[in-house]
Design a protein around this ligand. Structure first.
Ligand SMILES: Nc1ncnc2c1ncn2[C@@H]1O[C@H](COP(=O)(O)OP(=O)(O)OP(=O)(O)O)[C@@H](O)[C@H]1O
Ligand SMILES: [Mg+2]
Length: 248
């Protein structure tokens, strides 16, 4: 079974007000992700990666086409059910963290899912341990470094079980050790993942398949090895061969 189906998806920003020109971002995009599969989402700045992730979790509404998460159509009236299936790590951690302390942010989802207080505390401890932030549990969020904020926002998603996790630039601001830790976490999570990143080496190490977004469509969707080794394809779509491949 597929965990995600995108059918003929189109989206434009603006155009709602009279005289405003719409800015098309996605046009006729179709692809599916299988249960438990990890897919990389590559594309130049402005290609529409973040927009696509926001459409999948219902933060934006498509201009055309359909999105299914676990077979549930993503619509206003199904958002509650859809959000139970998915976790979403924002590109900007400040959009994700909104309570007073790291603990409360990570506890938010388990509480919302109806975990008991003891289950919630256990889930928070587990998630913070995974990203090695236990020591910062009671720290106000505004007093975290950029990388710590990113790790805390990843922990908020790890605190509950999701069937698919959407990650937007998860490695930005992480130091090499934490980036490696995150790689281990991603590779050990059994759920499906869709990971938008300019860190093509990270995609290479975590995602067997990659979708290359360009001109509102999939310029390529297939084995990560094939796209990341294909200089012409990458350059034609505004990207470059990852350093680790250009050396060989
Ligand atoms: N709220 C908005 N209103 C209008 N246009 C927007 C809005 N957000 C994004 N855009 C435009 O939509 C296009 C796609 O943006 P998006 O953020 O999805 O790109 P991206 O692939 O995530 O880029 P990046 O790699 O820089 O994160 C860009 O041209 C951007 O300028
Ligand atoms: Mg983005």
């Amino acid at each position: 079974m597929n965990i995600l189906d995108i059918e003929d998806l189109s989206f434009s920003y603006g155009g709602g007000r009279k005289g405003e020109t719409p800015h098309p971002v996605l046009s006729g995009l179709s692809f599916s992700i299988r249960e438990g599969e990890s897919v990389g989402l590559a594309g130049a700045n402005g290609a529409g990666k973040s927009t696509l992730l926001k459409l999948i979790c219902g933060l934006l509404e498509p201009s055309g086409g359909r999105i299914f998460v676990s077979g549930i159509p993503v619509r206003k009236d199904t958002l509650g059910a859809v959000r139970k299936e998915l976790g979403y790590v924002f590109q900007d951690a400040d959009n994700q963290l909104f309570t007073a302390t790291v603990h409360d942010d990570v506890a938010f989802a388990p509480r919302n899912y109806g975990y008991s207080p003891a289950e919630t505390e256990a889930a928070v401890d587990r998630a913070l341990q995974a990203v090695r932030l236990e020591a910062l549990k009671d720290r106000p969020v505004y007093r975290l470094s950029g990388g710590e904020k990113k790790l805390a926002s990843i922990a908020t998603v790890l605190a509950v079980d999701s069937r698919i996790i959407l990650m937007d630039e998860p490695t930005v601001a992480l130091d090499p050790r934490n980036r490696r830790t995150l790689m281990g976490i991603v590779n050990s999570l059994p759920c499906a993942k869709l990971i938008a990143s300019h860190d093509l080496d990270f995609i290479y190490d975590t995602c067997p398949r990659t979708l290359l977004l360009s001109g509102g469509k999939a310029a390529f969707f297939g084995p990560t090895q094939e796209v990341l080794r294909n200089r012409e394809l990458l350059e034609a779509n505004g990207l470059e061969l990852p350093l680790s491949f250009s050396r060989t």
